[in-house]
Write a protein that binds this ligand. Structure first.
Ligand SMILES: Cc1cc2nc3c(=O)[nH]c(=O)nc-3n(C[C@H](O)[C@H](O)[C@H](O)COP(=O)(O)OP(=O)(O)OC[C@H]3O[C@@H](n4cnc5c(N)ncnc54)[C@H](O)[C@@H]3O)c2cc1C
Length: 387
């Protein structure tokens, strides 16, 4: 599958991007060997040290300008990092969430003071970021969020419960989706930053037991009269939360698609190598026409997905990626990822079902791609609005 590199657009093949890719590869080889990642999987959480190591290597907040401690790069650098993490199966180290989902909210909607206060800590890895939208009673229907942030003098008093929050156990900074004016529905929704170090009333619940992505801490969070200064509101005024989410969610959805294509390519690489080695009925698995045809189909689909996702990365770099097209990438690539990984697992036979084989982990980790970041049905709702 690596031959596909030739299909990549020029903007991904520039010398500086290639050098960065090389640097990321060396970092992950040194800091995320399989033995260490296996330990994280066993413990259900990535060591905090990994975050500061990544910060020291300059791999956090890649798109954040240098004046706020970031690397001053662009989305291509995030693409390189998230592809390397996905290909190497460093699942659980949610740098893409921290860098390309949480930090951009602060960068785009934060005041100068907020950016200077939070971004350098996120860039160094001292602080780990999370975003808490989902609640036990509100996932797909975000307008149904019941967490409130009531104004009291120069503070907001936050009450509510969140669930399925990635980085929930580790997070030092959480962007909380809350109703500042419950009577106004979406227009009364705001994004409020909770700094967890000094937040009486804030509690982390269980680190949830998942089907896959075991190294990723995914948690319940509880807010019981948590007081935060009004200066922690993101945006110039309250009630802008929904607009801010709608503006940022396309990047989150593209990010899911990018990870999906990288996993597809890794799954095919592993499977092509395996079927050339493994023998049955006196011949290699690759010699069966069924194997050839299945993998020919997968390779074709992977190539189509690669070209599509790269085109969208290009559009995003130009600031032209719309919500519906990003939703297509999230929905279609994640479905394809599940289909291809399933086909690949089949070709591994019983070995494919053993967790010691990366294909087994890809199978378990991929499943959630169709659910989080907005269930694929919601993606179709968004696409259908443009018909
Ligand atoms: C591992 C993991 C990590 C996550 N990380 C985060 C995070 O960091 N932050 C965060 O805020 N959330 C996070 N989530 C939550 C995730 O975004 C939600 O699970 C997702 O949006 C779906 O919401 P729900 O689980 O409440 O499902 P529901 O809203 O109950 O929907 C269940 C199913 O119903 C169907 N459905 C719902 N609405 C419609 C509709 N309008 N039309 C047709 N079918 C529909 C879909 O099949 C959907 O999958 C994470 C989830 C997981 C599993």
């Amino acid at each position: 599958m690596s031959v596909l590199n030739i299909l990549r657009p020029d903007f991904m093949r520039e010398e500086s991007v290639a050098q960065f890719e090389d640097m990321v590869g060396k970092f992950l080889t040194a800091h995320a060997p399989e033995s260490r990642v296996a330990k994280w999987r066993k413990e259900g959480i990535v060591e905090r040290a990994m975050w500061t190591e990544a910060g020291e290597a300059g791999l956090l907040c890649l798109m954040t300008p240098e004046e706020y401690g970031g690397a001053g790069g662009d989305y291509r650098h995030e693409v390189v990092l998230m592809e390397a993490i996905a290909r190497r199966q460093v699942s659980g180290f949610a740098a893409a969430l921290h860098n390309a989902i949480v930090a951009p909210y602060i960068l785009h909607y934060g005041s100068e003071e907020q950016k200077k206060r939070w971004l350098p800590k996120m860039a160094s890895g001292e602080w780990i970021g999370a975003i808490a939208m989902t609640e036990p009673g509100a996932g797909s229907d975000l307008q149904g969020v019941r967490t409130t942030a009531r104004l009291d003098g120069n503070q907001y008093v936050v009450n509510g419960q969140k669930t399925f929050i990635s980085n929930g156990q580790l997070a030092d900074l959480i962007i909380v989706v809350a109703k500042t004016d419950p009577a106004r529905g979406a227009k009364g929704t705001s994004l409020i930053v909770v700094e967890t170090a000094d937040a009486p009333g804030f509690k982390r619940g269980r680190n949830l037991d998942k089907v896959g992505m075991e190294a990723q801490d995914t948690s319940e969070l509880f807010f019981d009269d948590v007081r935060v200064p009004t200066s922690n509101l993101l945006g110039l005024e309250a009630g802008m939360g929904f607009v801010q989410l709608m503006q940022q969610l396309p990047q989150e959805r593209l990010t899911i698609g990018i990870g999906g294509v990288a996993v597809i390519e890794r799954a095919l690489d592993d499977t092509i190598a395996y079927v050339k080695e493994r023998k049955a009925f006196g011949q290699r698995l690759i010699d069966f026409q069924n194997t050839q045809f299945r993998l020919a189909e997968c390779k074709t689909e992977a190539t189509v997905a690669r070209v599509f996702i790269d085109r969208l990365i290009g559009l995003h770099l130009e600031g032209k990626l719309d919500a519906a097209t990003a939703s297509m990438a999230k929905y279609w690539v994640s479905e394809l990822e599940n289909t291809i990984v399933d086909t690949c697992l089949q070709l591994f036979g019983g070995y494919g079902y053993m967790n010691e084989y990366p294909i087994a982990r890809m199978f378990r980790d991929s499943r959630v791609q169709r659910v989080y970041g907005g269930a694929n049905e919601i993606m179709k709702v968004l696409i259908a609005r443009t018909l």
